[in-house]
Design a protein around this ligand. Structure first.
Ligand SMILES: *[C@@H]1O[C@H](CO)[C@@H](O)[C@H](O)[C@H]1NC(C)=O
Ligand SMILES: *[C@@H]1O[C@H](CO)[C@@H](O)[C@H](O)[C@H]1NC(C)=O
Length: 318
């Protein structure tokens, strides 16, 4: 790329741009156009050591950052690379998952998850952006099948998914950060009169991709009939669809983590069972989930350690 340094010839610039990546083209073409326009203007001016920018006379040495735009003779695509080198990490969170992520009055997603991502990325010194995504793009499952990596994380649409528990199945697909919350409580959701200690013959609704799956059910020692036959398992793609399935009777009972459904059943006829929390044996506490070839977790873990030892994590978690 350095061969472009001494040349402002249009064809040469065009060739240089063609040789760079698509991303560079998207970012740099507007800059190149600006550079060429200013080049044309600058050439028509008498030669001088100073450049006038909006009435201020400055030496180019004092204003290093606009060098690309104001000194066309030094325009170089590699400078554009350099100025955009800082990696942006994109982190997926879900819509409306209880206290962790919810809509504020103006419809923006806010909550603990967003606060935590902001604080940890700041401590880690990395630039993170939140992407709101359906959870099934992070992890996906269908009746009677092992869980599968969601297309969003698998295809690298973003770097990490937020708040996923490391299970044996999932560890074979993705990598996990250090956990940042206690294990989630899990409950059954059904109409009054449901007996949570015997689910024999019941149709069970699960949320696709969640750790509250058939393996978790099978580990609930206090529940009779916990080895639910596949024919009695029904998957909902979202929390709201699970609630609808319970309400219209597609299933007898829904099974989910508590924080998400506890608010949503308010004002409905659906209740939470049993009164004491249950926990999935197959799942640890939640953290960040990434592809195994991604370096996000190592940076996140560093940032999280710093945040935790500073005592600020507990403030964030309140
Ligand atoms: C559970 O319910 C089934 C069907 O109603 C019944 O046959 C079974 O005896 C019950 N098991 C226990 C342990 O209560
Ligand atoms: C349920 O809804 C009512 C009224 O909308 C509200 O006052 C109450 O705090 C809610 N309870 C929970 C547990 O969210």
């Amino acid at each position: 790329m350095s061969d472009a340094r001494s040349d402002t010839n249009v064809n040469h610039v065009t060739r240089t741009i063609q040789a760079t990546t698509t991303i560079t083209i998207a970012i740099c073409v507007p800059i190149a156009i600006v550079a060429l326009i200013i080049s044309a203007v600058a050439i028509s001016k008498p030669a001088g050591s100073d450049i006038t920018v909006q009435g201020k006379t400055t030496s180019p040495r004092q204003t290093p950052q606009p060098a690309v735009a104001y000194s066309p003779s030094t325009y170089d695509a590699s400078q554009c690379h350099a100025s955009n080198r800082r990696r942006i990490y994109t982190v997926a969170t879900e819509f409306d998952v209880g206290a962790y992520v919810y809509s504020d009055d103006s419809g923006f997603q806010v909550g603990f998850g967003h606060d935590l991502i902001g604080a940890v990325c700041q401590e880690a010194g990395i630039d993170c952006r939140i992407v709101t995504e359906p959870s099934t793009n992070c992890m996906f499952s269908e009746k009677g099948q092992p869980q599968r990596g969601g297309i969003g994380l698998m295809e690298g649409w973003y770097d990490a998914c937020t708040g996923w528990l490391a299970t044996r199945q999932r560890k074979q697909i993705f990598a996990f950060s250090k956990p940042f919350l206690k294990p989630f409580e899990v409950y059954f959701y059904a109409f009054p009169g449901f007996n949570p200690f015997n689910i024999t013959g019941k149709k069970i609704g699960l949320i696709s991709g969640w750790f509250t799956n058939e393996a978790c059910l099978a580990g609930l020692d206090q529940v009779a009939g916990r080895d639910v036959p596949h024919s009695n398992v029904f998957h909902a793609q979202t929390v709201d669809k699970l609630l609808a399935m319970i309400q219209i009777g597609t299933v007898d009972v829904g099974f989910s983590m508590g924080t998400v459904l506890a608010n949503k059943i308010n004002g409905t006829n659906i209740q939470q069972f049993p009164s004491d929390p249950m926990f999935c044996k197959n799942a640890g506490p939640p953290g960040m989930m990434t592809r195994k070839d991604n370096d996000f977790n190592s940076k996140w873990n560093e940032g999280f350690e710093k945040l935790f030892s500073s005592g600020r994590f507990l403030k964030t978690a309140m």
